[in-house]
Design a protein around this ligand. Structure first.
Ligand code: NAD
Length: 245
């Protein structure tokens, strides 16, 4: 299918949907300057995920994790802003039938763009949790400590960790259930910027498909679920979504 026909079909599917759910991944924030894990320029081409994104390694060497966080992730996060993909999805919530954004992202940019109904599967890096007393606090409270205290500790003496799900950790059950239900209820399931290889998140589009929803995938690279989709568009998500308005 040529590009204009793809976009026309895309616009048709989205405008006919009465209950749309979006599922976003790192590609959605790539145009905000936050590197993806996979795909061109992905973090995994330069850094070892078994170290910076793995729970066991975090426990073994929290200083490595926090140093990586401070030097690589934090400066990027601090200057990142929502892009046209986040903004268009927020607009679809107000003006269209987008009921929920299920996101694998941990950057909080959907909320900064004004999205109200966001289900964060992997947590949010703008919050920190104590592994001993379970107290949660905004990242700013901890950010100041990083120059003098490495790894940063809670007032109770416990180890602090960004409130995100690392590899080796279970997803929060409530959030998983909520996204499962949203996938069962929707008539159209829109994947935006995800390689669809991280489990169990990548099962959620399948739940929607099995319940009869149309599946649309916008991603620069092919995904393992492409053959099940009603429409796959391998273009930048901001370009595709903006075609709706
Ligand atoms: P991924 O890195 O595995 O895949 C990203 C996909 O986005 C790639 O397949 C790439 O082709 C596509 N992409 C890149 N730029 C795009 C664009 N402009 N438009 C459309 N597609 C584009 O990401 P994932 O599937 O989300 O899984 C990675 C895991 O890493 C997630 O669990 C997430 O928690 C975490 N992560 C989050 C962030 C973030 O919060 N911004 C960034 C990196 C990784």
């Amino acid at each position: 299918m040529e590009t204009t026909a793809e976009l026309k079909y895309f616009t048709e599917i989205i405008s006919q949907s009465k209950h749309l759910v979006a599922f976003t991944g790192a590609g959605c924030s790539a145009e905000s300057g936050i590197p993806t894990y996979r795909g061109e320029g992905g973090l995994w081409t330069k850094y070892d995920p078994d170290k910076f994104a793995n729970y066991d390694y975090f426990i073994k060497d929290p200083t490595y994790f926090w140093s990586f966080f401070k030097e690589i992730r934090l400066p990027i996060l601090e200057k990142s802003e929502p892009n046209d993909t986040h903004r268009t999805l927020a607009r679809l919530e107000v003006e269209g039938n987008l009921k929920m954004v299920i996101t694998q992202n941990i950057d909080g940019l959907h909320q900064l763009a004004g999205q109200k109904n966001v289900c964060e599967l992997h947590g949010n890096t703008r919050q920190v949790v104590c592994l001993t007393c379970a107290k949660k606090m905004p990242f700013e409270e901890v950010g100041k400590k990083l120059d003098t205290e490495m790894p940063p500790l809670c007032a109770c003496g416990g180890l602090l960790k960004p409130d995100v799900v690392l590899f080796g950790e279970a997803l929060p059950q409530k959030v998983l259930l909520e996204s499962w239900q949203a996938a069962q209820l929707c008539d159209t399931f829109l994947v935006v910027g995800s390689s669809l290889v991280v489990q169990p998140a990548a099962q959620i589009p399948l739940v929607a498909r099995k319940n009869g929803a149309k599946l649309v995938i916008i991603n620069l690279d092919p995904t393992p679920l492409d053959s099940l989709a009603d429409l796959v568009i391998n273009q930048k998500s901001s370009d595709v979504l903006q075609a709706l308005f």
